[in-house]
Design a protein around this ligand. Structure first.
Ligand code: SF4
Length: 582
C-alpha cells in the first residue's frame, strides 16, 4: 500500500536557510525529495503524546523497543529476497539494448532469473548475505529508550537466524584469532539527529566483495579539472574489476571535509540515498551537490572499459552518481564505491501514521523477456562440457576454445576456498601430497548459505577467486587443480602458471546464487575437513552450470583486453564476446 503519510522529508533541505541574525547554514548533504513509495507495516508500538514543555505545546512520538526490533527483522527479510523496481528495469533494459554484447544479455537474464527465484522467499538472492548496516536519523520529538542499536540488532539477529542466510561476522578473540559469532552480529548501526518529525532508517546488507570495492584516494588540485579527473577515474574504476559482480551502481565522491565523510557519502550515494541532492553548488553555504552531466560522462567512460556485465560488453554499470563536496584547500579526498548485483537496501520511516517501509519489487518475473527470447539467449554460442571425463580430456576440450567463450558445465565439482587452501599448502610444505579430488575435478571457489529444508543446496554463488591466487602455482606443480571456477579477475601469476601447467580458470557469473542453487546444483555433500563447517571441502554435482573461459592454457586472459580507454574519451573500445574492437 502506498501511503502518503509516509512521505515526510528528512527536513535537511528545509533546515538550509539564513537565520534571523543573518547566520546562513546548510547541512552538508541537503536532501528534500519525496522519497520512495512506501507501504505501511502491521507493526505497533508507536504513539503520539502532546504535552507542555517550557510553556510550549509539543507533540512527541514514542517508539517502543519491539517496534525497532520488528522493523529490522522485516527490513532484512525484504532485502535478502527482493530488489528495487528500478534495478530490475535496468537489467531488462540491458536485454533489450541491441548494442549490449551477447555476454551482457546472458548475465542480465541470469540475474533477472535469480531475482525471480529469490522472490520465492526461500533462497536469498546471494550466498553472501552481508554485513548488516543501519544508518538512521531521528527527529527531536521522537522518543525511544535510547538503546536503539540493541533493539535493531535483536531484529537483525532474528532475521539471520530464521531465514536461510549466512553468518559472515568474525569476532576477534585475540589479535590474530577469530571466531564466527554464529548470528551475523554485530551490525554497524549509526543513529544521528535530524530536524524532522520522524525516524528514518536506511537498512543495507553489504557483501564482502562489494564492501571491498570502496576506495579512498587522497589527491590534490592537480586532478581538479575535467581531463585529469577523467584520466584518474578511468584508471581507478578499471581497478574495480568484476569481483563484486557487476553491473554496478557506481558512486564517485569528489572532495569532503574528511576522508571518512567522503567514503560514507560514496556508500550512501551508491545506494541512491542521495539522489535528491541539489544539482548545483552554493558559494555561501558550501553544501554538496550531484553533477548529473558529469555522471553521464563517467557512465560513458564505464561503457568503454570493455568489462561489460562481467564478461565483455558495455554494461559494467547500471548507472553512475557523482557527488561534489566542499573540502579543505589542502586536501582532496576522492572516494569510489559500488552497490553490487545484490543491490540490498531499503528505507523505512516511523511517524505519527505508523511504521512504513520502501516498496521493493515483489514480482520480478514481470521483467523477464518472453519465453522464446529466454531460450534464444540461453542457447546462444555455448559449449557443453561433461566434467566427469578424465581431466586430460577436459583440458584438451577447453584448449580448443577461446577466452570469453561461454561453456555449460555438467558433472562433479569440488568446492574449496581460503581455509582449505591454507591447510593443503601446509600439507605440501610438510612434504605431503594433494588429495586426488584436487587433481581429478575442477575446484569451485564458493561457500554456501544455509540449505533450506527439502532442498539440495542453499544459495551457492562463486566467491572472489583472487584470494586463492597465491596457491595456484604451488598446487598446479603438485598436480591440480587444472580447472578453477570462481568470480573476478586473477593475477599474472595465475596466468603464467596455467600457461606452464595446462590450466584453465573459468568465470562463473557473480550474483545469481539462488538460481544456481535451484537450477544448477543437484547434490551437495561434505567430502573432507568436515570440522570446518561451511568452509569444509564439498563435493557437488552441477547441471548446465554457466561459466566463461577467463584464463586459458596458452597465456591468454580475458581481462588483458579490458582496462582504461587509451584512445581518449568519445572513441569507443568495446569487447564483444572476448574480441577487442578498437
Ligand atoms: S552479488 Fe557478488 S559482490 Fe554482491 S554480495 Fe553477492 S557475491 Fe558479494
Amino acid at each position: 500500500m502506498d501511503d502518503e503519510s509516509a512521505r515526510t522529508t528528512d527536513g535537511s533541505a528545509a533546515s538550509a536557510r539564513t537565520d534571523t541574525d543573518g547566520f546562513a547554514y546548510s547541512p552538508l548533504l541537503p536532501t528534500d525529495g519525496e522519497g520512495p513509495r512506501m507501504r505501511r507495516l502491521d507493526i505497533g508500538g508507536v504513539e503520539t503524546t502532546t504535552t507542555e514543555v517550557a510553556g510550549t505545546s509539543r507533540t512527541f512520538l514514542t517508539v517502543a523497543p519491539e517496534t525497532l526490533t520488528d522493523l529490522a527483522e522485516v527490513a532484512f527479510k525484504e532485502i535478502s529476497h527482493y530488489l528495487r523496481t528500478d534495478h530490475l528495469a535496468s537489467l531488462r533494459a540491458i536485454i533489450d539494448d541491441p548494442e549490449a554484447s551477447d555476454n551482457d544479455v546472458f548475465v542480465a537474464l541470469d540475474l533477472l532469473q535469480n531475482a525471480a527465484v529469490s522472490a520465492g522467499e526461500i533462497l536469498p538472492m546471494c550466498q553472501d548475505t552481508g554485513t548488516a548496516i543501519v544508518s538512521a536519523k531521528r527527529g527531536p520529538n521522537v522518543l525511544t529508550d535510547g538503546d536503539d542499536a540493541r533493539h535493531l540488532s535483536r531484529g537483525i539477529g532474528r532475521a539471520y537466524e530464521e531465514l536461510n542466510l549466512r553468518y559472515s561476522q568474525l569476532a576477534p578473540t585475540s589479535l590474530f584469532e577469530e571466531t564466527n559469532t554464529g548470528t551475523n552480529l554485530p551490525a554497524q548501526i549509526e543513529v544521528a539527529l535530524s530536524p524532522a518529525d520522524d525516524y528514518e532508517l536506511l537498512f543495507m546488507a553489504k557483501g564482502g566483495g562489494s564492501a571491498n570495492k570502496s576506495f579512498l584516494y587522497q589527491e590534490t588540485k592537480a586532478v581538479l579539472n575535467e581531463s585529469a579527473m577523467l584520466d584518474f577515474l578511468a584508471e581507478k574504476i578499471s581497478t574495480l574489476g568484476t569481483a563484486a559482480c557487476p553491473p554496478y551502481h557506481l558512486a564517485v565522491v569528489i572532495g569532503g571535509p574528511s576522508a571518512e565523510f567522503t567514503l560514507k557519502t560514496a556508500k550512501l550515494a551508491s545506494a541512491h540515498y542521495l539522489d535528491d541532492l541539489p544539482e548545483t553548488g552554493d558559494a555561501e553555504l558550501g553544501h554538496g551537490f550531484r553533477d548529473r552531466e558529469f555522471e553521464k560522462t563517467v557512465f560513458e567512460l564505464t561503457q568503454n572499459l570493455g568489462f561489460g556485465a562481467q564478461f565483455g560488453g558495455k554494461y559494467f554499470c547500471h548507472d553512475v552518481r557523482v557527488v561534489r563536496l566542499p573540502r579543505h584547500n589542502g586536501s582532496l579526498p576522492i572516494a569510489i564505491a559500488v552497490s553490487c548485483s545484490a543491490d540490498r537496501q531499503i528505507i523505512a520511516r516511523i511517524n505519527s501514521g505508523g511504521v512504513f517501509i520502501e516498496e521493493l519489487e515483489h514480482d520480478p518475473a514481470r521483467f523477464l523477456p518472453a519465453m522464446g527470447r529466454v531460450e534464444e539467449i540461453e542457447s546462444g554460442n555455448v559449449t557443453a562440457i561433461d566434467l566427469d571425463r578424465p581431466m586430460p580430456d577436459l583440458q584438451a576440450q577447453l584448449s580448443e576454445l577461446s577466452v570469453g567463450d561461454r561453456v555449460s558445465l555438467t558433472g562433479t565439482v569440488i568446492v574449496a576456498r581460503d581455509i582449505v587452501h591454507a591447510e593443503l599448502r601446509d600439507r605440501l610444505d610438510a612434504g605431503g601430497e594433494l588429495p586426488d579430488y584436487f587433481k581429478d575435478h575442477p575446484i569451485y571457489y564458493a561457500g554456501p548459505a544455509k540449505t533450506p529444508e527439502g532442498m539440495s543446496s542453499g544459495s551457492f554463488g562463486p566467491t572472489t577467486s583472487s584470494r586463492m591466487d597465491t596457491y595456484v602455482r604451488q598446487f598446479q606443480e603438485a598436480g591440480g587443480p587444472m580447472i578453477m571456477l570462481g568470480k573476478g579477475n586473477r593475477s599474472a601469476q595465475v596466468k603464467s602458471s596455467c600457461a606452464e601447467f595446462g590450466g584453465f580458470y573459468l568465470g562463473s557469473i557473480g550474483g545469481p546464487a539462488a538460481r544456481l542453487a535451484q537450477d544448477c546444483i543437484t547434490s551437495v555433500e561434505v567430502l573432507d575437513m568436515e570440522e570446518l563447517g561451511m568452509e569444509a571441502v564439498w563435493k557437488i554435482h552441477v547441471e548446465d552450470f554457466p561459466a566463461f573461459i577467463i584464463t586459458d592454457d596458452k597465456g591468454n586472459d580475458f581481462f588483458d583486453s579490458t582496462g582504461p580507454p587509451t584512445l581518449g574519451l568519445g572513441r569507443t573500445r568495446t569487447v564483444r564476446d572476448g574480441t577487442r574492437l578498437d
